[in-house]
Design a protein around this ligand. Structure first.
Ligand code: DP6
Length: 321
């Protein structure tokens, strides 16, 4: 069968997804809103092959176990009605040590490449639902620019859709904070937050409202509101995580330092808003014209540790042979 190569870009949630109502189907408790990024992406080639006795998977040229991707490939095999094993080769295009290698771009690229390689021609909504089964954040990486993942009620209704492109020159800076080894998988931490954080129900209520407010703020090109909602969703997620049992935080002293710089920039009239995911790096949402000023403000503490990017494109097929 044809080998298909697909490229998908990672995304950063402005309104976060944190917590699964259904861990098997990956149905989230709240809607989320994200920005797909131009400079960080995964290329994945999938070929279903007659003579293979098991799936094979390599990442950046290194052989990997297939415990995660085989169940995902089984979904594709079931949809397509085939029973061949697959050869899967992925390359992450993320600057070394950025800590941004993401399950979002990985499963979005795999969903597109595997479905096409199996002879399916899924539309974007079906691809988004399929990518969701690999990793929640991948649901949104099927689309370029801004996307909203509707939490839905079941497999059929939980998918992302693109949001109209606002008249805003969005840019994002990534401040690289030394991560060290991951103490706990984000998937397990997410489940523990849902189970043990007394703040979780409040977070769900606020975050669900925030997703709707974000859609409105974007439609109105209101960057101050977009930025404020972005920072609040992240802070509320991290506060909810901190209140879990056992208590936990991804924050390091450098995370706080970067956030303090962002707050000072705003006090100086520069629109800059911080957001953090399952790690200590700080991403700064801003407008393109502000990037030089922000780089300058970060220079003293984070020289050589800041990446700049802009909105990126939708997942696409880039090769077939
Ligand atoms: C903090 O999508 O990695 O980045 O669904 O368990 O694979 P799984 O989780 P994942 O979690 C992303 C969490 C986040 C927020 C977000 O991207 O919305």
């Amino acid at each position: 069968m044809t080998a298909i190569t697909a490229r998908a870009h990672t995304n950063i949630a402005l309104i976060k997804y944190w917590g699964k109502k259904d861990p098997k189907l990956i149905l989230p408790y709240t809607d989320s809103v994200s920005l797909t990024l131009n400079d960080f992406y995964t290329d994945t080639t999938v070929e279903f092959v007659d003579e293979l006795a098991a799936d094979q998977f390599s990442l950046d040229g290194q052989a990997q176990v297939t415990t995660k991707i085989t169940p995902f490939l089984n979904l594709v095999r079931d949809l397509a009605g085939i029973n061949l094993f697959a050869r899967v080769e992925s390359t992450n295009h993320v600057p070394t040590a950025a800590g941004l290698a993401s399950s979002a771009s990985a499963y979005a690229a795999l969903a597109l490449a595997a479905s096409r390689a199996a002879g399916l021609n899924l539309d974007q909504q079906a691809l988004s639902r399929l990518a969701r089964r690999g990793s929640g954040s991948a649901t949104r990486s099927i689309y370029g620019g801004l996307a909203i993942w509707h939490r839905g009620e079941d497999d059929a209704t939980s998918f992302a859709e693109p949001l109209p492109t606002p008249d805003l020159d969005l840019a994002m800076l990534v401040v690289l904070v030394d991560a060290g080894p991951k103490p706990i998988s984000s998937r397990n931490l997410m489940a523990n937050t849902v189970e043990t954080s007394p703040y979780y129900p409040a977070w769900v209520t606020h975050n669900q409202q925030a997703a709707q407010q974000m859609v409105t703020a974007l439609a109105q090109n209101d960057f101050a509101a977009v930025g404020h909602l972005t920072e609040q969703s992240s802070m509320q997620m991290h506060a909810t995580i901190l209140a879990s049992d056992p208590a936990f935080t991804y924050w390091t002293p450098e995370t706080l330092k970067a956030w303090a710089i962002v707050k000072q920039l705003r006090a100086d009239g520069i629109p800059a808003y911080a957001t953090m995911d399952a790690g200590p790096n700080v991403k700064i949402l801003t407008l393109g014209e502000q990037v030089p000023k922000i780089l300058n403000a970060l220079q003293a503490d984070f020289a050589g540790r800041v990446l700049t990017t802009t909105p990126g494109p939708a997942a696409k097929v880039i090769g077939a042979q």
